[in-house]
Each structure stands twice: as C-alpha cells, then as structure tokens.
Design a protein around this ligand. Structure first.
Ligand SMILES: Nc1ncnc2c1ncn2[C@@H]1O[C@H](COP(=O)(O)OP(=O)(O)OP(=O)(O)O)[C@@H](O)[C@H]1O
Ligand SMILES: [Mg+2]
Length: 395
C-alpha cells in the first residue's frame, strides 16, 4: 500500500489515556476518512485485548503528566509494537525532552488541527511499516496460527502436517511453535524427543535473537524446525506475552513460514500471537458443540477487531456421516469453508507412530488435502504480494 496519497487505506488506530483537548480530537478522528479508530480506553489496563489483537498501526496516548508516562508506555508496549504518539496539553517541554530517548514516534501538544494529527499518524504508520519490513535482515516470515475453540478438533494434526508439507514439499524454511503451553503434543506427533523447549528458551538469560532461537529448536527429518511446548504444565506461565511477541518477531526474521499450534483458549499468549498472525486457520467440525464454540470465537475475534480477511475456515473430518453437511455448517456460521480435510484412518495410525501422515502415507486422502491447503495458502500469499507490488508500481 502506498503512503503518498494515491492509495489511502485508513490507518487503524487505538486511543488510550486522557488530556485536555482529547475529546474533540477523538470526535474529529472518528469522522476522518484517513483513520479507522478501532477503539478508545482511558485506562491502558482495560485495553489489553484490542491492543494485542487489533492489528493496530498506531496507538495514541493522552497524558496529563508533565513527565513521560513510563508505566502506561510499558503496558502498551507489552501488548503491541505499533508506533506510539503521545498527546499532551499546554507547556510540556520536560515531556518532550524525555520522549526523545524513548521509542515514542511523536509528541503532539493539543489543541491541534485534526488534519495535522492525521498527518502525524500517517507518518508514524509509514515509519512503522518500514521498520517492520527492515527487521529480520529482509526476510519476513508469515505467521499461520491453527486454532479451534474446541479440544480434539485436529489442531495439532493439522499444524504438524501443514508444517511438514511446507518444509518437505514446498521447500520453505518452516518453524512449528507449540503454543498449547500446558499440554502441547506437537513434538510427540512428529516422533521427536526434544532436549529443549520454549520454556528453556524464555528462561535463558540475554536478549533473544535468531542465533539463540536456533539453539533451542529441534529439526525434524522433513526439515521443519520445532519449538516444543514446556515439558511440565506449571512451566507454561513463564512463557509470557512479552516473550512471545519477541519470539515471533525474531522467528519472522529467520523463517519463511511460522506455523503455530494452539490450545482452545483466548488467553494472553494467544492474544499476543493473534496480534502478529497473518492467517488464522480456524478448524470446524460436523458437530453442534464445535459449531457453538466457533460461533463464540467469531464473536470474540470481532470484539478484538481481528480482521475477518485474515481468517480461513477449515472443515475437518468433512466426510463423516453424522447427519450434518458442509452447507449447514456454512450457513450456521455465515462463512464459507476455505478447505476441508476428510476423516482418514491414516491419521490416528500416523499419530501413534509419531510420523506425520503427509510423510507416512503421502498418497492417502488426508495427506492430499493437506498438500492442497499448503499450496492454497502459498498461492494466496503470492497473489497478495502481486497486488501490493502492483499498487506500488502504479503509485
Ligand atoms: N481428519 C482426521 N481423520 C482421522 N482422525 C483425525 C482427523 N483429525 C484429527 N484426528 C484424530 O483426532 C485426535 C485429536 O486430534 P488433535 O490432537 O490434532 O486435536 P487438537 O485439536 O490438537 O486437540 P487438543 O485441543 O486436545 O490439543 C487425534 O488423535 C487424531 O488422530
Ligand atoms: Mg492439540
């Protein structure tokens, strides 16, 4: 997307805090075509979910303090890396000086013309995009998160087989992260006995970088690198949102694709992952309890302002004769399934052998559907890139 005025997608912003002049500014921004005000919360603590999951491009924070609101900034930073603009009123030279030493993108003293504020927002969003693009030495992996709000729907089977297909058949540098932090079994399904897990990575001293990450992953014979879940459920809580944010950013710099397996909950680590998820693969099944939960999850994703365009639905065990059809699932959820996977005996067999079906039984129906999905997801990515480059070329 170009930032030069020819192709203006509204910038997704969130407003926190308060200061004199913020109310009229908020009203003006609400009316402005160049920004999309995703939400407002006076207290940062009430805004963790949208900050983490809202795919925000800029955060505005109003402060009445003469000094930098360091606690609020730290709380915002725990949940999003989006550029931050501080809004203050009156004489705040102290604040301006202090902000120079931080990663605050801009400080604006109110009142200001709405157009000036929008210009600062666009500038910050543009700089944020450039920084992101430059991160990871030019490589920018895509994060595919496999999720379902119901246990046992096939998340781990899907995540392990997809990651294997990307690495083995599409020759992509692929990382599989097991974020089912308490009871993750991705490593077991791949027949791995890892020496190190995500727990060891997050408790290790020092800043995380790609070299350090490489020291904690286990290579599967297909070429997938795996970062397994902690061995003990009680170690899960040390894998904080801040650690996951950093891990995903570093992983993006080292891999083409990062496949994330999850648990059926919207807890903190999941929200942090959503914030960086390029494609959310939601597994559905032909049963009423799963549909009920998927419906609830759709509502939660809406509340989090997670863009619907990034969600893809997959129907698992699509051929089961259980008195429900794909069309009924689609009309109940009000969405189309992007892919389907048949129920196949090869799946439990391969799970018990610790070899993913796409390798153990490459010709079976399930494996064929996994390879289709892998190809479909890559084709969609290429199409997106083509359109982006097209837009840039036209600008
Ligand atoms: N398409 C399929 N055909 C046959 N069996 C399947 C299929 N998909 C999943 N299964 C079986 O269902 C079981 C549960 O799958 P899986 O562990 O992937 O679910 P999950 O969503 O990760 O569960 P949890 O929420 O407990 O992590 C597996 O043992 C697997 O053998
Ligand atoms: Mg699982």
């Amino acid at each position: 997307m170009s930032d030069n005025g020819y192709n203006r997608d509204p910038v997704r912003i969130f407003v926190t805090g308060n200061c004199d002049g913020l109310e009229p500014l908020k009203d003006a921004l609400d009316q402005h075509d160049d920004v999309d005000v995703v939400g407002f919360s006076e207290h940062v603590a009430d805004a963790y979910a949208p900050l983490a999951g809202g795919h925000l491009q800029v955060v505005l924070h109003g402060t009445r303090d003469a000094h930098l609101p360091v606690h609020d900034i730290a709380s915002i930073r725990e949940h999003t890396q989006a550029p931050l603009i501080l809004l203050a009123s009156g004489e705040s030279s102290q604040l301006l000086n202090e902000a120079l030493d931080t990663d605050v993108a801009d400080v604006l003293l109110l009142p200001q013309l709405a157009d000036n504020v929008v210009f600062a927002i666009r500038k910050a969003a543009h700089a944020g995009r450039r920084l992101e693009a430059e991160g990871g030495h030019g490589r920018r992996g895509r994060i595919l998160t496999v999720f379902s709000p119901k246990g046992g729907t096939g998340k781990t089977v899907t995540a392990t087989n997809l990651a294997t297909a990307f690495a083995k058949y599409q020759k992509k540098r692929t990382l599989l992260i097991d974020l089912d932090l308490q009871f993750g079994d991705a490593a077991i399904m791949l027949g791995l006995e890892p020496e190190k897990t995500i727990y060891d990575l997050v408790v290790a001293p020092g800043e995380l970088d790609s070299e350090k990450l490489a020291g904690y992953t286990t290579r599967h014979s297909s070429g997938v690198d795996v970062l397994p879940a902690p061995l003990r459920p009680e170690d899960a809580e040390l894998v904080t949102e801040a650690k996951i944010n950093r891990l995903l950013e570093v992983a993006r710099g080292s891999y083409d694709l990062i496949v994330v397996d999850t648990s059926p909950f919207f807890h903190g680590p999941m929200l942090a992952t959503l914030d960086r998820t390029d494609e959310l693969l939601v597994l559905c099944g032909l049963d009423v309890p799963t549909l009920k939960n998927v419906k609830l999850a759709q509502h939660t994703l809406d509340l989090l302002s997670f863009p619907a365009s990034r969600v893809r639905f997959i129907l698992n065990r699509s051929n089961s004769k259980v008195g429900m059809k794909r069309s009924e699932v689609e009309s109940a959820l009000g969405v189309k399934m992007s892919f389907e996977m048949p129920s196949d005996r090869a799946v439990p067999l391969s799970v018990n052998r610790g070899t993913p079906a796409v390798v153990a039984d490459a010709g079976c129906d399930f494996s064929r559907s996994i390879r289709e999905i892998a190809k479909g997801l890559l084709a969609r990515e290429q199409e997106k890139k083509r359109r982006r480059f097209g837009a840039l070329a036209r600008a």
